[in-house]
Design a protein around this ligand. Structure first.
Ligand code: ZN
Ligand code: ZN
Length: 431
């Protein structure tokens, strides 16, 4: 997979103000930077006609000052300008904390995959290749609206169909994130992926492409992988990503082992789609043109949390993850701080809330969190919306609601702006 770039210690862009407090009804503001006056004129007219408030600059130096002062919603940036390294300029803008919520869209004639990846690596949120159609440009600018998170399985450990889970669903972990209509990221292949598979088979026309991000290979996160029907259809492309479990257990081997004829009758060889397997480590990369960050979580074995930034919005998937109380011998301030930075400012955080606080002392080192500690974490990380996820298999819908009530109480006592919700199967939310 030649086009992935791993960046360790990537500079964080999450320390800026979370919200610019713009009035929803005020026109959105864009600053265009391009040394070509004809391009500037064309883009300005197109965007003004579509209701944007536009400022344009030929000189990057002047533009830099205006962008820092005005904090626009979007910057359209040409990469090839005389006397300026466009990528360095992009990176410099990206690292200004006040521009945390500003979308940086590169507009350039550079069309090689390596250039696209490099732009995302330097903090771009979108990439438009010249010459472009007005539809393409406007779609990219409005791209932030195309961000859908759908829950297909929300239980932990074990599928729990039946009376206790009628309201929120009894399937284990699976969440899909659809970006710009065309890019699909699927998080985990617990029994919920069967519901997603049925949905895709009922609605999809033509070739199907998706990225399947595995947090870790505990059963409840991979057990329905063989039931994901798009894997068996020629022409489809499914790219799997996830952590290996040591040198002898690559992601591919792990998935193959649970389908080796002993544990499951159908093997990987039966897949007719083009299926790839990439081992991920903690870091940052670009997948399908989207910036993806990973962090090793507090869980037995290698378990990765994921963060996706797209169109100025952010989705974080953090399960399974054990937060320890401060007085625990296992507590690590360093880990907590790194996790706060990782999920900082998330529009949507999905976090394992397996236990009530009073249950947790009997479950230490099982790799899961109690609701109170996640509430404090979400508040400290300035998360906007947090979804309770991955519940103890003995918890009923009423228990899950009681956990959410506990979470509300804690957030209220902290004077927090973070809102908490219960993830419900087959419901879609947008950041
Ligand atoms: Zn689990
Ligand atoms: Zn687990």
């Amino acid at each position: 997979m030649g086009t992935r770039y791993w960046i360790m210690n990537h500079s964080d862009r999450t320390d800026g103000p979370a919200d610019k407090g713009l009035d929803e009804s005020s026109p959105k503001r864009v600053i265009i930077v391009d040394d070509d006056p004809a391009a500037l004129k064309l883009e300005t007219r197109l965007l003004e006609d579509s209701g944007w408030e536009v400022k344009s600059f030929c000189e990057p130096e002047v533009a830099r000052e205006a962008i820092s002062r005005e904090i626009p919603d979007v910057v359209l940036l040409d990469l090839m300008m005389p006397g300026v390294d466009g990528m360095a300029f992009l990176s410099e803008l990206r690292n200004i904390p006040a521009l945390n919520r500003t979308r940086m869209i590169v507009v350039t004639a550079k069309s090689f995959a390596a250039d696209v990846d490099k732009a995302f690596e330097n903090g771009a949120d979108g990439y438009v290749i010249k010459p472009f159609t007005p539809e393409k440009m406007l779609k990219e600018l409005e791209g932030a609206d195309d961000f859908e998170v759908t829950f297909w399985g929300i239980r932990g450990t074990l599928p729990r169909p039946g009376n206790l889970s009628i309201k929120y669903g009894g399937n284990t972990s699976c969440v899909s994130v659809r970006l710009s209509k065309e890019r699909l990221f699927i998080f985990d292949a617990g029994s919920g992926i069967k519901e997603l598979s049925d949905h895709i088979m009922a609605t999809r026309k033509g070739k199907f492409k998706a990225n399947l991000m595995i947090s870790h290979p505990h059963w409840d996160h991979i057990n329905a992988f063989p039931f994901f029907v798009p894997l068996y259809i020629p022409g489809n492309e499914i790219s799997l990503y996830g952590p290996s479990q040591g040198a002898a257990h690559s992601l591919r081997k792990i998935m193959a082992d649970q389908m080796d004829g002993t544990y499951f009758p159908v093997t990987l060889n039966e897949f007719s789609a083009k299926v790839s397997y990439d081992d991920l480590v903690q870091g940052s990369c670009v997948i399908d043109g989207v910036k993806v960050r990973t962090m090793l979580l507090s869980h037995p074995g290698n378990c990765l949390g994921y963060r996706i930034d797209h169109g100025g919005r952010c989705f974080c998937y953090i399960t399974d993850n054990e937060l320890f109380p401060e007085d625990s011998q296992y507590y690590s301030e360093d880990f907590r701080q790194r996790l706060i930075n990782f999920i900082s400012g998330a529009d949507i955080l999905v976090h394992d809330t397996t236990y009530f606080d009073e249950e947790y002392p009997k479950k230490v080192l099982w790799g899961h969190s109690c609701v109170g500690l996640v509430a404090k974490l979400a508040h400290d990380a300035d998360v906007k919306r947090w979804y309770l996820f991955h519940h103890d298999p003995d918890h009923s819908d009423a228990d899950v609601e009681r956990k959410c009530f506990e979470a509300h109480k804690i957030l209220r006592s902290l004077g927090s702006d973070t809102k908490c919700f219960i993830a419900r199967e087959k419901s879609t939310v947008t950041p």
